[in-house]
Design a protein around this ligand. Sequence first.
Ligand code: 2AM
Length: 180
Amino acid sequence: MSERLFVAVALSDEVRHGLASFLMEHTMRLPGRPTPPDNWHLTLRFLGPTGAVQRDRILEFLDDHLTVEPFTLGFDTLGAFPKPSRATVLWLGVDRGRSEVASAAAVCEAAAVSAGFDPEDRPFHPHLTLSRIRPPQDVRGLIDRVPRFPLTMRVDRLTLYRSELGRDGARYEVVDEVLL
Ligand code: 2AM
């Protein structure tokens, strides 16, 4: 039995609700298929299908090796993958706390490798996915128009999530948390 897991920073309710209102105020409606606010998070390491032994190994590794102290997370302006002129993913970037987020992601990467996962070959780019866009659209105007999201939050834990893919999109459930 395996579960589809990933490690992420969960958002505070204040940031979640604040971001939903902020986007409503500045964008009216997002292009593509917006991700529901309840699903918003900042992924540190996507694991995919994970067995129980691997899951426990990852949690133990994180407990033993995370040296990042609780920190303040702040956000940036919007951005897009692969590029704003032909965007397939619209996201919110991270500003304050970037180095802590990168350090935590590096420990998650090491945890995944220690549990037998292949190393991630793409560079880590912290982002909070707001919308998935098919076919791609030019979102340069939108990105220029929306100011930086001003709220911050305290991060004192990492969250291991289970993702269940259903007909109406993904559902994420908290499996466990690791305190910083
Ligand atoms: P995304 O938001 O950029 O799609 C749960 O699916 C989380 O894991 C999402 O934040 C997703 O990033 C991230 N993720 C990274 N690699 C993934 C993959 N290969 N398949 C699904 N999700 C992935």
